[in-house]
Design a protein around this ligand. Structure first.
Ligand SMILES: Cc1cc2nc3c(=O)[nH]c(=O)nc-3n(C[C@H](O)[C@H](O)[C@H](O)COP(=O)(O)OP(=O)(O)OC[C@H]3O[C@@H](n4cnc5c(N)ncnc54)[C@H](O)[C@@H]3O)c2cc1C
Length: 423
């Protein structure tokens, strides 16, 4: 498109101006005296491994399965602009939006920045539009109502009987490529990433965690090993309660599974959301040649055995068809479930009242056990921010002066994780 012309597809916001390319981070020969062991190889662990390596720490990351085999490899893939949260948690909404801007700059390869429409399907929902726009504005998230006829022109697959439509800067991302770019960056800076290594026990000496006992299944003969470190961080998501129990600790975490259904056919290019307070089946995300409707929410004690219940699949297909009618006759490609790591305890409401925020638990301050922290809650969109706050807390605890720099450098390609290429 010629420079200076407005894009005919998306309403213009100043953030749509293409960002300047960033340099890749390079190891800068800092002393690597402090060894940190991260437990959990999802997006949170990946971003933390990169952040700490960039600050010059010596990092080893242990993941019991394949990388991203927990919730990270099974979520909806929506790059949350924060609009969905603006109504009830302005701080989370703002953080989401700020992080989407950073991710679009540092890892554009993993992101499809396609924007999103919120659709009001009923009079009641149409009445929510002014509040919704005001909440987005208060959170600093660009949004604007566009005539529904225009929305339908841009997205002919949406329900033609919708009443009002609001554009927001949502997007979608590849659930695997995003964390793999962080893993590639961490490894290029010297981090040791060890999939197939399960932490079976934590060794405590005095009042400090000093080592992890692991089972390494990545070798021909599975073998046990002892890993020493100055500090351990549990980034085990929905399994954080089980990991903490290895040190005799109680961590308030609610694994909250949600179901998603992918159907064949890309029925929209944008994320299509229902303009109502969060409920089951209110978001359709386009992913490659599929459309994914999600999700639901319940709670479980066991995040390892999750099957998508038949009735939830039916509900999702019906809700999907309300937003995008082609869902009604589409061929189901896959249905699956994954567990949200909600930071708190459910009080009989399927965890819906638990905030989607995250917290870093310093077990020395909280439980009198040094050398261990747990990061719980959050969402994939804010993985970099989660890592930054965790690394800040860890550095403060260890007396290390090293600021976060992960927003300042581009990440390498996700392919580099496999090729081992170094920037
Ligand atoms: C239904 C659903 C839809 C979602 N949709 C979105 C979305 O569209 N956008 C978004 O931004 N977020 C979304 N989320 C949230 C997002 O998926 C999660 O917040 C995020 O993936 C959590 O990443 P994590 O790295 O903290 O946890 P995980 O990816 O679960 O990683 C934890 C890892 O720890 C490992 N582990 C556990 N115990 C041990 C042990 N003893 N030893 C070694 N390793 C261990 C596990 O194997 C696992 O791989 C969704 C979540 C759900 C459930």
């Amino acid at each position: 498109m010629p420079a200076g012309r407005a894009c005919p597809i998306l309403p213009q916001v100043k953030e749509d101006i293409l960002p300047q390319p960033l340099p890749l981070a390079r190891a800068r020969g800092r002393t690597r005296k402090t060894r940190v062991c991260i437990i959990g190889g999802g997006g949170t662990g990946a971003a933390l491994a990169y952040d700490l390596s960039l600050r010059g720490l010596d990092v080893v990351l242990l993941e019991r399965g394949e990388l991203t085999s927990g919730t990270t490899g099974r979520h909806h893939g929506q790059l949350h602009s924060g609009a969905r949260y603006a109504w009830f948690d302005r701080a989370i909404a703002q953080e989401c939006y700020e992080e989407t801007l950073i991710l679009r700059r540092i890892v554009p390869e993993a992101i499809e920045y396609n924007g999103g429409f919120f659709l009001a399907l009923t009079e009641e929902e149409a009445g929510l539009v002014p509040d919704f726009l005001a909440a987005c504005a208060a959170a600093g998230i660009p949004s604007r109502e566009i005539p529904f006829s225009r929305a339908l022109e841009l997205e002919p697959g949406i329900n033609p009987r919708a009443l009002r439509s609001v554009w927001v800067p949502d997007g979608s991302f590849d659930a695997f490529r995003l964390p793999l770019s962080f893993f590639a960056a961490a490894r290029a800076l010297g981090a040791v990433i060890r999939p197939w290594c399960e932490v079976l026990g934590l060794e405590i000496s005095g009042k400090r965690v000093v080592a992890a006992r692991i089972l390494d299944r990545g070798t021909e003969l599975a073998r046990e090993e002892r890993i020493e470190a100055d500090y351990f961080v549990s980034a085990t998501g929905a399994w954080a309660g089980e990991l903490a129990a290895l040190a005799g600790l109680d961590v308030p975490i609610t694994p909250a599974p949600g179901t998603m259904v992918a159907v064949r056919g890309r029925f929209s290019d944008r994320v299509i959301s229902r303009l109502r307070h969060p409920a089951d089946g209110d978001i359709v995300v386009p992913q490659r040649g599929l459309s994914i409707i999600g999700s639901t929410q319940r709670v479980t004690d066991n995040p390892d055995s999750l099957l998508p219940p038949r009735e939830e699949i039916q509900t999702l297909l019906a809700e999907g068809a309300a937003l995008v009618p082609a869902f009604a006759g589409a061929r189901v490609h896959a249905a699956w479930a994954a567990a949200r790591p909600l930071a708190g305890r459910a009080e009989g409401d399927e965890g819906r009242s638990i905030s989607r925020d995250f917290s870093v638990l310093d077990h020395e301050a909280r439980d009198g056990l040094a050398g261990l922290a747990t990061i719980i809650g959050g969402k994939a969109t804010v993985l970099r921010a989660m890592a930054e706050k965790t690394a800040d807390a860890l550095c403060a605890r260890l007396g290390i002066q090293a600021p976060c720099e992960t927003a300042d450098f581009a990440l390498p390609s996700w392919r580099d994780y496999y090729t081992g290429r170094r920037p």
